[in-house]
Design a protein around this ligand. Sequence first.
Ligand SMILES: Nc1ncnc2c1ncn2[C@@H]1O[C@H](COP(=O)(O)OP(=O)(O)OP(=O)(O)O)[C@@H](O)[C@H]1O
Length: 621
Amino acid sequence: MPQTSEINGATSPSFRNVMESFKFWPRILKLLWKTNPRYFIMVFGLNGITSLIPAASVLLTQMLMTEVGIAKYTEVVQPVFIVFGLFAGMAIFREISRIISDNYQAIYAELLSNSINILLMKKADLLPFKYFEDADAYDKLQRARQDSTFRPFQIFQQILQIIGGTITLLSVAGVLFYWQWWLALVLLLIPLTSSFSFLRVGEEEFQIDWKRAAERRKQSYFLGLMTTDSSVKEVKVFGIGSLLLSKYQKLYDRFFREDKGLLLKRMRITLFFQVIGFLAVIGTQLLVVQQTVAGVLTIATMMAYIQAIAQTQATSSSLLQTLFVMYQNNLYVSQLFEFLDIEESEETIVQRPYISTKEKNDTGFVFQNVSFRYPGTDRYVLKNISFQLKPGETVAIVGENGSGKTTLVKLLVRLYELEEGDILYNGRSIRSYSVKEWRELLATVFQDFIRYEMTARENIALGNWRVAEEGEKVEFATKNSGATTVIEGLPHGLETQLGKWFKEGVQLSGGQWQKIAIARAYMRDATLYVLDEPSAALDPKAEKEVFDKFAELTVDKMGIFISHRYSTVRNADRIVFMQQGEILESGTHASLMKRNGSYAVLYQMQADAYVDSQEQQLNPA
Ligand SMILES: Nc1ncnc2c1ncn2[C@@H]1O[C@H](COP(=O)(O)OP(=O)(O)OP(=O)(O)O)[C@@H](O)[C@H]1O
């Protein structure tokens, strides 16, 4: 299989390309073997045996006719019945083995598709986060997911067909070879010459589809927008359903035009080579008839040869079709392996001796001159960030939209690798700790937390699913996040199904979901709790409660609380004020107010706005 770039550049497959495209066979066969060795042997074995049947059938036809001819004169009928018995037995065996093989193949296909999905999910779990924010990598995943789950099995079937077809072809052609070797060669060569035209179309189809990955993603995005509960609301309110539909249809129309063009091309090539093939068959069959009339061949041999010629033609043309589809499948499967071969983070490849995070922690977390650009971009979104979070401290981070607060959290939870600067824990670089253990130090609630369509208990317990059985932990987390009132209001309490996707699901308000998400974080026995605008959907009173509980919970731990409400976080041990990727001011609320800088101005602005709104409520005009 050519590399991606070669695929793009190539207009027709060279012999090398065709051969290279089969390099994944060993991996596919290995995958099949690992999926189920018993089925592997059974399906292969049955295929090998049944592919000898056509040649046996040709020979038995000839024997039957010969024995019938002899019996007419000698009246010894026993050999006729023996040959006939063999003939009938073979037909029964063929049918039985076909039924068994078909059904086992169907079960095998299921197993294989499951193995591949599991491989994909495991890989996605191991891949660094940056791949999920990178359009190219996403396309790769899309291509891998698209139909690679069934294509490996198709390849397996095609490998079977090719092996079986070759056995059939050689054994049947062997019968003809015995008579006129050059004729057998001609019949074999015709399909071979046409194969390159087929492969060219195959590659063209693949290239078109390959380039479509991004647009296909867009298409399914439009479909998703119109059919998923979280987006349907806005689609309806803005009345953009027909617009999305027309965008979807436009993409479909183009795909259809291209597909139709290619199918017609394929049809023309098939017709052309089929006609040539048939002419060759008719010509050779005519030769057989002529030689029989001339007395060179017996009638029985004539029937056997005519059957053998037709069989050679049918087998070789089906082999050709198989080769064509398989070449395409090989190209697609290469996408699956390309995704599976994406390099994982260095850590998952090289096992270093990491320091344990369990060591006694005296100095907390220290950001040391951290600067950061997102992968593939030039702009620094964090510039020279330095601050310390000492054991027992709660730091609030405030700042305007886009100032880099969430990016700071993403670096802290190691969704991205640090490039410049360092984050120290207990005086050692973040790089000295394994990602897995590092993440166990943290409990994080993101702005865009997940609303799991599961029960309330599961939603909370997912924060620490290893101790999910411990009911006390769930209760503790529920209480401290302020989610108790939410749970009490549910028809089956913690056992209530949340969301609307599944039966008897109860939908929560934004703020209620948020409390559940915070409870999830509190399930963890973490060293550092990070809440990134956890309370955006909460009213000021509820947000204040969340913060106070947070400060209480993290009294002997550490906490980072990101918020846009200055009044909520004024009691934090320290407030870090960010602007355009830099720390502009840092200190306690009192010290920052005294300083009378940007923080003080913005704090005052929010306070004035709050007083105005309170006054308006008291004295409506
Ligand atoms: N995945 C990404 N790739 C490239 N740039 C990004 C990515 N995520 C965020 N940015 C950019 O990084 C900058 C900082 O974003 P960040 O989300 O950290 O800001 P924030 O302070 O958390 O904002 P908000 O208060 O709105 O949540 C923004 O300019 C944003 O456009």
